[in-house]
Design a protein around this ligand. Sequence first.
Ligand code: 13P
Length: 137
Amino acid sequence: MNIAFIAHDRKKEEMVNFVLAYESVFHGHTLYSTGTTGTRIMEQTNLSIHRFMSGPLGGDQQIGALVAENEMDLIIFLRDPLMAQPHEPDIIALLRLCDVQGIPVATNIATGELLVKALERGDFAWRELVHKYKPGE
Ligand SMILES: O=C(CO)COP(=O)(O)O
């Protein structure tokens, strides 16, 4: 599965702890992130992550491009609901595209945990079919 991690600054520690807790589940998947989030996770885990640009510089949009192509299977996006972000339009656009494609996206740790347990259980197998039967391929 293609999985993306994104966390706003005051949520980065929570993200690192979350990924550490489920590191064994994430091994074997293809991992993506925005720039700083990925750096922080890689510093503290043994996971290899493809890092896009930092969020304010376009990283959310780069992940959004994969969502638009229906390539992303799961997104954990720990947003900071108490701080305005300069790139708020990019964030809204990413979440909109997730709704367009029906991509599971967690915006807080509680939902993230449920989705990772579902991933572990094999509940995401339907996404294999999405990849297999993509229109035009
Ligand atoms: O701003 C972000 C998401 O909107 C996250 O970007 P960074 O991971 O580069 O901090």
